[in-house]
Design a protein around this ligand. Sequence first.
Ligand code: ATP
Ligand code: MG
Length: 357
Amino acid sequence: SCFTGGMTTYRLAVIPGDGIGTEVTPAALSVLAAATAGTDLQFTIEEFDWSCRRYLDRGAMMPEDGLDRLGQFDAILLGAVGAPDVPDHVSLWGLLIPIRRAFEQYVNLRPVRLFDGVTSPLRPELARDVDLVIVRENTEGEYSRVGGRLYEGFATEVAMQESVFTRTGVTRVVDYAFELASRRGRGLTSATKSNGIVHTMPFWDQIVAERAELHEVDWRSEHIDALCAKLVMNPAAFDVIVGSNLFGDILSDLTAAVVGSIGIAPSANLNPEGTFPSMFEPVHGSAPDIAGRAIANPIGAIWSTAMMVDHLGHPEVAERIMTGVATSLATPATRTPDLSGTGDTRGVTEAVVAGLG
Ligand code: ATP
Ligand code: MG
């Protein structure tokens, strides 16, 4: 960022991507503009057309020097990348994973909140007061490329997949989770499975217990299977939950489903130290089935933008955006059809702006 004449200016890289990514990203930027108007905060925006569209036209999701260029920015806002005729691994390995790895975005943060006006698939008395955050390890763990097949095609065929947990990798995400839990104040739950996975999970548990000594936080460890059951039976009992790459992935989808729609779920890929830019993106994909119809729910992108502003050190602006989000969700006319509303992307966005705290 740069500070001149009383204004703090952030350089923001914007990658709308594909499908509804190109519809919800402008919506989020207009909310950002409204929420910062008249404050001493300002964003200078540079937009990049990196996407599956670009891949189909020019053979690559982003240019060769793409990462170097992104490295100049204070933050990255992404819509969604994906297209029916492009395999998922192209958008993943051609854009998302290189960005997460290059910028050491080792925390994947997914807040989960049940808003008034949004219906949970759980009975109302079970889903009341859900307000939690999943902290997912984002760079190592179960999603490794180590392993392979033996005796392919034979009856003796074997597939092996190694998980990779490093002391540095586990410690940094666990520390982040303890610090977040200490700020939020309702405790930390660590997901494990040390009764079945006998090398990596006890290592994870050991590091959690060691780091707990350094923080004044109530914490407990839960086996992933029992934790999933408890999250369905009593989600309001949880605040911060930290898990490995795989467990965090599963927990984020489970908890997002508990609070309604994929259209509102936000995420942040954080480099907590701020050495590199962090990336903020809605959880949903390009949604080709509704792209071009102006009914995409922009709340996931808008909430992601609030997370960005918060990460940059301006929680009061993030709070204002979330007040607008809550206001728009409370009324059917200013919700999109995925939340059984009658609004469209633009109407919802205008309602968020009108409702800014
Ligand atoms: P991609 O290949 O880009 O991941 P996808 O086919 O997996 O796309 P998602 O974008 O993940 O699709 O969407 C899954 C379902 O949820 C689709 O039916 C889509 O219409 C719906 N959906 C996703 N995001 C939104 C949104 N923001 N507003 C409304 N509906 C949404
Ligand atoms: Mg998808």
